[in-house]
Structure formats: structure tokens, C-alpha cells
Design a protein around this ligand. Structure first.
Ligand code: NAD
Length: 514
């Protein structure tokens, strides 16, 4: 009952677009035995959903492909109009959608609202893009010839998403895919089907308002676990599969997609580091460190996991961070003032405990946190105090991504050593340096600096804006999504040469007279 009061679930249920699962059980997007949906807040049963069978996945892909064949010839700015309206719907329901993220993923309210804002922002971005999907014109070596490139719609795009961004990652992919002239088949995390059903209903109702220009079945939702994802990865009618989640998942998906010579766009795990240099503004650095490490209970792909501190500052930072971690307000993510909500489930909690144990066995020293809270938090949820562990360097456990709030702090003496530590892990997503030295900052950003897709100066590792391309290299998968020219991933390029002369000169001066 408290949960319902806190999150105004009754308002959600009254909203006609909302998941019937909240009110009455399984949705019509699935056709097999039901699975329980539970909230990480207190393990309360939210409803049930049924994973899609092989037949249903196939049906969804074929329907999306059929819609694509019509959608690809709709002028791009008109495709943008659909996305504009979807963005408007999301804007009007920002609070309610954020409540659903809090309920299902356990994010604190302001972060949940931030995630919905990200969906709105990418819609705006995609609408603008719908008038600028431009190619180049290229000087031809032949007289009276024109050479150009065009970007064409690609097909139905498969989108597999992780639990920790149950709405934004879909929006990054789907809104760009739609303006690029593609259909979308979405397989959300099995931990967050309600967020997906809510957005799907909203999209379907928007499509229903535009039946003259928008084909039915353009956006498909398939609920399910890894099997549903595997079926998408193997499906020949999905020329592009975008997958966000663990590196383990990405390796499997990449191989399945490559086996049919499809394209994959991978956004996988991170193991992000921040360097604190001697000239760093410590107050700013502290705020950035605590938000990046403890925000979203350490469950962001860009969460700060490794803090590389100049040896002159180690004692000060150990002390200040211990204090900060010990005083963080932890509890119900919907309650005012909470900064750290629950871990997503018991499995995440045990993975965290195992990592802490391994860190201590390998020579780490726990300075703060790591324990489960039982008082002042909702029953049955996994609430932990973020852990600070001092380590001599990249211990084996530090090389792994543990998806929980553990910050490993290690010393360095020369900048080059710090950069080497930053780059020594297999993942390559986000990184940062706090320094007032231009020389250090530019070295970190330069070609021999950070090897991550995201490298920041004087801000933390998490909380990217949608205008930039988002993603990382190495085991993070190499994909780039969201802003900049990431849209090109969702299109196919054609090079066109037009001869407007009366002769037929061959390229490279080749002679072939017949
Ligand atoms: P996960 O890998 O367990 O699941 C992600 C998605 O993949 C889910 O929808 C799941 O059902 C599906 N899946 C799992 N195995 C699959 C398989 N073999 N074939 C096809 N689909 C499969 O990840 P998670 O626990 O939901 O999310 C946490 C992970 O996601 C972390 O590693 C985090 O760093 C990563 N992540 C990365 C980004 C990024 O942009 N780089 C963003 C968010 C999360």
C-alpha cells in the first residue's frame, strides 16, 4: 500500500495507455507461460508477462519488414512528424513514465525523470535530423559526370536493451531508426517489460493518429528472455541488430549476426576510470566521483568503478570519500531526498558481495560500505551502502565489471602510469581526468591518451548528453549511438555516378573500344 501511495500507481493504472499488466495480468504481446514481474524496491509483484515464442518473434519481424517496405518511401520529414508526435506524448507523460522507471528499475525520481528527458531530447534531435540525412557530392574524374552518395533506409532494425536504461536506450535507437526510414522490433530486458509496454502503447496510439502516412506494425515489441534476443540475432530479415547489455551477451549476439553477414551495433559493459591529478579542483572532483560511483546504485554502463589518484592526494580522498559514502541517503527511490536506491535483484547483490570478497583476498582494503541495509529501507529490496576499496593497482577483480556500487581507489605517481592504468582493462567506454593543467588534459584526450569512446575533463564518467555519439571500443563493442553522425549506422550508403554527356569515358583512363 505504501508503494502505491508513493508512486501513485493508481494514477498509472487509470491512464489508458498504461500496461494492462499493472491492472489485469499479461499483455497481448506474448503467448506462453507467464513470468512474474517484481519491483526491485520491495520485491512486490507488479503483474506478469509471457515471453514470446519463436513463432511470435518471427511474426513480429515479418510484420515489421512489411511495414518497412512502405515506410521507406515516406518522405523523411514526414517520418520526422511521427517522431515529433511521439516526443510530444512522452513529454506530456514525463512524470508517469518516470514513476514507472522508478517502480521497475529502482531509479531515484530525478534520475528516472532524467531518463525520460533523454527520450524527449532524442526525439527532438531525430526530428531535426529528418531534414538533414545528407550525403556528399564528390568531384568526378570524368567529364560531364556527377558522383554523389545517398543514404537509404536499411530495413527492420532489431533493438535489444538492458534493464538499467529501460526507456532511453530504446529511444536512442528507435527514434533514429524511424526517421531513417526503418521499422523497429524491440526486445526489452526481461526485468523491465512494463516500461516497454507503456512506450509501445504510446507509440501505437500515435501511429493510429497518422494511418494515412504511417503503416501499421511499424514498431513491434517482443517480450522475452535471452531466447527471444537470440531469435532476433539470427533473423535474416533484420539487417541491423542493435544490442545493449553485458559483454557476454554482445559476444554471442555479434557471432550470430556475423554468421548471416548482418550488421550489429553493440553497446556493452564498461569499467570506467577517473584520474585525479595534483592540480584537480577537489570539491568539484568529489561531487563528480560520488555521483558517478554511487548514482543509480552503480548500475550505469558509465558508472565510475576505478579512481586513479595522484599519490599526494590518496589520504585526503580516502578520508573525504569514506565520509561521503557513509552519509549518502539510501532508501526508497521514490522518496524525497534519496540518492541511492536498490540494486536490481538478489543476483546483483551476491555478485557485489563476491567481488568485495575477492578484492580483499587479492590485497584490497575495504574503507567504507558494501553492507546491506535492513533498517529504514523497504523490506525485501537489496539496498547497499556503496563500497570504497583501496587497491594497489588493477587487481584481477578490478579488471571485471561488477554491476554494483564498488569504487576501487588506486595510487599513481606519473601521468603516463595513470593513463596506462586507465587503458589496461579490456573495456573501453568512459573515462575522465580532473586537472587544471592544459598539458595533462590534452595528453589524456590525445592519440596516446585514454582509449575510451568517452573521455572527459573536469566532469565525471557518467551522464552523457544526447548530442554526442555514445559508445566505446574494445570489449564495449565499438558501437556509437545517439547524436553526432550515429544515424548513419541505421542507413545504407549508395554511391551514384551520373553521366550527362554524350561519350562513355571509363574510369582510370581504361580503353575498351567495341
Ligand atoms: P544483460 O546482458 O544481462 O541483458 C541485456 C539484454 O540482452 C536483455 O534484454 C537480455 O534479455 C538480452 N540477452 C541476454 N543474453 C542474450 C543472448 N545470448 N542473445 C540475445 N540477447 C540476450 O545485461 P543487463 O544486466 O540487462 O544490463 C547490464 C549490462 O549492460 C552491463 O554490462 C552494462 O554495462 C551494460 N550496458 C551497456 C550500455 C552501453 O551503452 N554501453 C548501456 C546500458 C547497459
Amino acid at each position: 500500500p505504501d508503494l502505491i501511495a508513493d508512486l501513485r500507481l493508481s494514477d498509472l493504472a487509470a491512464e489508458p495507455l498504461w500496461p494492462s499488466a499493472l491492472v489485469a495480468g499479461a499483455a497481448h504481446y506474448a503467448d506462453s507461460a507467464a513470468r512474474d514481474m517484481r519491483s526491485p524496491i520491495d520485491h512486490a509483484l507488479l503483474g506478469s508477462y509471457a515471453p514470446a515464442s519463436a513463432g511470435l518473434v518471427n511474426h513480429a519481424v515479418e510484420a515489421a519488414h512489411g511495414a518497412f517496405l512502405k515506410w521507406r518511401t515516406v518522405p523523411a520529414p514526414l517520418r520526422g512528424e511521427l517522431v515529433r508526435r511521439i516526443g510530444e506524448q512522452i513529454r506530456q507523460r514525463k512524470q508517469a513514465l518516470a514513476s514507472l522507471i522508478t517502480l521497475e528499475a529502482g531509479k531515484i525520481s530525478s534520475e528516472a525523470e532524467g531518463e525520460v528527458q533523454e527520450c524527449i531530447d532524442i526525439c527532438d534531435f531525430a526530428v531535426g535530423l529528418s531534414r538533414q540525412l545528407h550525403g556528399l557530392t564528390i568531384a568526378s574524374e570524368r567529364p560531364s559526370h556527377r558522383m554523389m552518395e545517398q543514404w537509404q533506409p536499411l530495413g527492420a532494425v532489431g533493438v535489444i536493451t538492458a534493464f538499467n536504461f529501460p526507456m532511453a536506450v530504446w529511444a536512442w535507437n528507435a527514434m533514429l531508426a524511424l526517421v531513417c526510414g526503418n521499422a523497429v522490433v524491440w526486445k526489452p530486458s526481461e526485468k523491465t517489460p512494463l516500461c516497454a509496454i507503456a512506450l509501445q502503447r504510446l507509440v501505437e496510439s500515435t501511429i493510429d493518429e497518422m494511418t494515412e502516412s504511417v503503416p501499421a506494425h511499424l514498431c513491434q515489441l517482443v517480450l522475452g528472455e535471452r531466447e527471444a534476443g537470440e531469435r532476433l540475432a539470427a533473423h535474416p530479415l533484420l539487417p541491423l541488430l542493435s544490442a545493449t547489455g553485458s559483454t557476454r551477451m554482445g559476444r554471442t549476439v555479434a557471432q550470430a549476426v556475423a554468421a548471416r553477414l548482418g550488421r550489429s551495433l553493440l553497446e556493452l559493459g564498461g569499467n570506467n576510470a577517473l584520474i585525479v591529478a595534483p592540480t584537480a579542483d577537489l570539491e568539484m572532483a568529489l561531487r563528480a566521483i560520488v555521483f558517478s560511483a554511487a548514482g543509480t546504485a552503480g548500475q550505469r554502463c558509465t558508472s565510475l568503478r576505478r579512481l586513479i589518484v595522484h599519490e599526494s592526494l590518496v589520504d585526503t580522498l580516502c578520508q573525504r570519500l569514506t565520509q561521503a559514502f557513509e552519509s549518502l541517503p539510501i532508501g526508497h527511490p521514490g522518496a524525497e531526498g534519496t540518492l541511492v536506491g536498490p540494486l536490481v535483484d538478489a543476483e546483483a547483490y551476491w555478485a557485489m558481495q563476491q567481488a568485495l570478497q575477492a578484492a580483499e583476498q587479492q590485497g584490497g582494503q575495504r574503507l567504507a560500505g558494501g553492507n546491506r541495509l535492513e533498517q529504514g529501507v523497504p523490506d525485501h529490496g537489496y539496498y547497499v551502502r556503496p563500497a570504497l576499496v583501496k587497491v594497489p593497482g588493477n587487481l584481477p577483480i578490478v579488471m571485471e565489471e561488477t554491476f554494483a556500487p564498488i569504487l576501487y581507489l588506486m595510487p599513481y605517481s606519473e601521468l603516463q602510469d595513470a593513463i596506462d592504468l586507465n587503458n589496461a582493462v579490456s573495456q573501453g567506454l568512459s573515462s575522465a581526468i580532473f586537472t587544471d593543467s592544459v598539458r595533462e588534459a590534452e595528453t589524456f584526450l590525445g592519440p596516446a591518451g585514454s582509449d575510451c569512446g568517452i573521455a572527459n575533463v573536469n566532469i565525471g564518467t557518467s551522464g552523457a548528453e544526447i548530442g554526442g555519439a555514445f559508445g566505446g571500443d574494445k570489449d564495449t563493442g565499438g558501437g556509437r549511438e545517439s547524436g553526432s553522425d550515429a544515424w548513419r549506422n541505421y542507413m545504407r550508403r549508395t554511391t551514384n555516378t551520373v553521366n550527362y554527356g554524350t561519350a562513355l569515358p571509363l574510369a582510370q583512363g581504361v580503353k575498351f573500344e567495341v
